[in-house]
Design a protein around this ligand. Structure first.
Ligand code: FRU
Length: 470
């Protein structure tokens, strides 16, 4: 069945908060990235979508595709709730898998608060037929409530299929459950793959993503209450996962529901959902909500998970605003201007004093967002206390741990795109945020340091002369 339910006009292209090089829904609401696959030269990304309102509800699966990871084409909706069935109130998150050559979506059906696992198949990745036997997994195992049982992630390992489902044990401890199948249709519950052991690891785990990376396996889960995404890195042998390390992706919960897919060149790419952080009264007139992160590449470096934006993004660099070696000091800031930028900063090794990058700053500095690297505190901090004069905008600060090794230089990549900010620190830390300055002249930027520091600093505008984003 081809579903087309676009009843909202495409939001205003002049909306200053709408990103130009991040993916946003044509209109309405977006949350988690769902199945992702590369096929016949195109990336297909499905996502949680309310096509008729810029608010969460009536959850469909939207679909977009791209040949270059830079420009996206909206495709017909992939899944819509079918009244009176297991997904009558929503087609929740899940994943894509090739099952014996057939494109297959696994997702959670939601009906009267009950969550069950469902599937749909396709011949062309465009139109999807739901399985007549849905729900294919009607009940959770013991100790898991039926409203704590969602977001199936399916992968092939050896000759078998495995499914990892997000859950809560006894309604108070996040967990990922492991299932196995010989044919992708009938599933057997095996055991808990991994579970929270501390309160900051959450009471419920959503959107589990489990994949091999180098010689390790990585489990990424989104932690509820919304504390962001954590990863566990370890081994997977005899259907058992042993975590050896853990960490945080996107410090302080700026992004959620991370999902990976492998490209034809073997790169492991990841997308995540970046939520709105402004009051509903500000969202509704805009007609859209929710952004996907830029595609990121994951790697295992010195036994740790590294996250960087894909290299393709440099093709969107447009005008060079400043570039080259700089001496950064307290009194003579390096200034620039723009709202859609790609900034790259490299500092000399072993700096001891904080460096500040201000963005979306008004001339009188009543509005200003300040990103600080504080080497003493080993923190990358984002001060949003003055990022908007509008009280209906989230102005909480965010921080992520960043300890440089002796002799290591700070390398920051900062992607600003309207209201979206993504900061990557040499692959080792990542901070994602939203900024909504209220003044139209809040477009200035400056780089300062508390002691004179040498480095290189380059700023490009992004995609501004390239017409509409898709
Ligand atoms: C994560 C999540 C998932 C759920 C989906 C519903 O953001 O809460 O657990 O399947 O969103 O839209």
């Amino acid at each position: 069945m081809m579903i087309n339910a676009r009843s909202l006009p495409r939001p205003n292209a002049h909306d200053r908060y709408r990103p130009v090089y991040h993916f946003t829904p044509p209109s309405g609401w977006l949350n988690d990235p769902n199945g992702i696959v590369h096929h016949e030269g195109r990336w297909h990304v499905y996502y949680q979508h309310n096509p008729t309102q810029p608010t969460w509800g009536d959850i469909h699966w939207g679909h977009a595709s791209s040949a270059d990871l830079l420009t996206w084409r909206d495709e017909p909706l992939a899944l819509a709730p079918s009244p009176t069935t297991a997904d009558g109130q929503g087609c929740f998150s899940g994943s894509f898998a090739w099952v014996n050559g057939t494109p297959t979506l696994y997702y959670t059906g939601w009906q009267n608060g009950v969550q069950t696992q469902c599937r749909a198949t396709s011949q062309d990745l465009m139109t999807w037929e739901k399985d007549a036997n849905n729900p294919i997994i009607p009940h959770p195992p013991e100790h898991v409530r039926q409203d704590d049982f969602r977001d199936p992630y399916v992968f092939q390992h050896g000759k078998r299929w495995y499914m990892v489902i997000g859950a809560s044990l006894h309604h108070d401890r996040g967990a990922a459950l492991l299932y196995r199948s010989d044919n992708g249709q009938q599933w057997t519950y095996l055991h808990v793959l991994h579970t929270a052991t501390r309160t900051d690891q959450g009471v419920m785990w959503e959107c589990p993503n489990f994949f091999p990376l180098g010689d390790r396996w990585v489990l990424v889960v989104s932690v509820w209450p919304k504390l962001g995404a954590r990863y566990f890195l370890g081994s997977f042998e005899d259907e058992r996962f042993t975590a050896e390390r853990e960490g945080v992706i996107d410090g302080d919960g700026g992004a959620f529901a991370h999902l990976t897919a492998v490209g034809p060149d073997g790169r492991l790419l990841q997308w995540a959902w970046i939520d709105e952080q402004r009051h509903r009264d500000l969202i509704v007139p805009g007609g859209w909500a929710g952004v996907l992160s830029v595609p990121r590449q994951l790697a295992l470096v010195d036994g740790d998970l590294y996250v960087q934006p894909v290299s393709e993004l440099t093709q969107l660099r447009d005008k060079l605003l400043c570039g080259g070696e700089v001496l950064i000091g307290p009194t003579e800031p390096t200034g620039f201007q723009g709202t859609h930028l790609d900034l790259q900063l490299t500092l000399e090794a072993d700096i001891e004093h904080p460096v500040h990058l201000s963005l979306l700053c008004s001339p009188d500095r009543s509005e200003e967002t300040i990103l600080t690297f504080d080497p003493g505190a080993r923190l990358l901090k984002l001060d949003r206390s003055r990022s908007s004069l509008d009280p209906r905008v989230n102005r909480d600060s965010q921080r992520v741990h960043l300890a440089l090794r002796r002799g290591e230089r700070l390398e920051l990549r900062v992607l600003l795109d309207g209201s979206v900010l993504e900061v990557y620190a040499g692959g080792r830390a990542c901070l994602t945020s939203r900024l909504y300055p209220s003044r139209t002249d809040s477009v200035l930027g400056r780089l300062t340091a508390e002691r004179v520091t040498a480095g290189t600093f380059t700023v490009w505008t992004m995609g501004e002369d390239k017409g509409p984003p898709r």
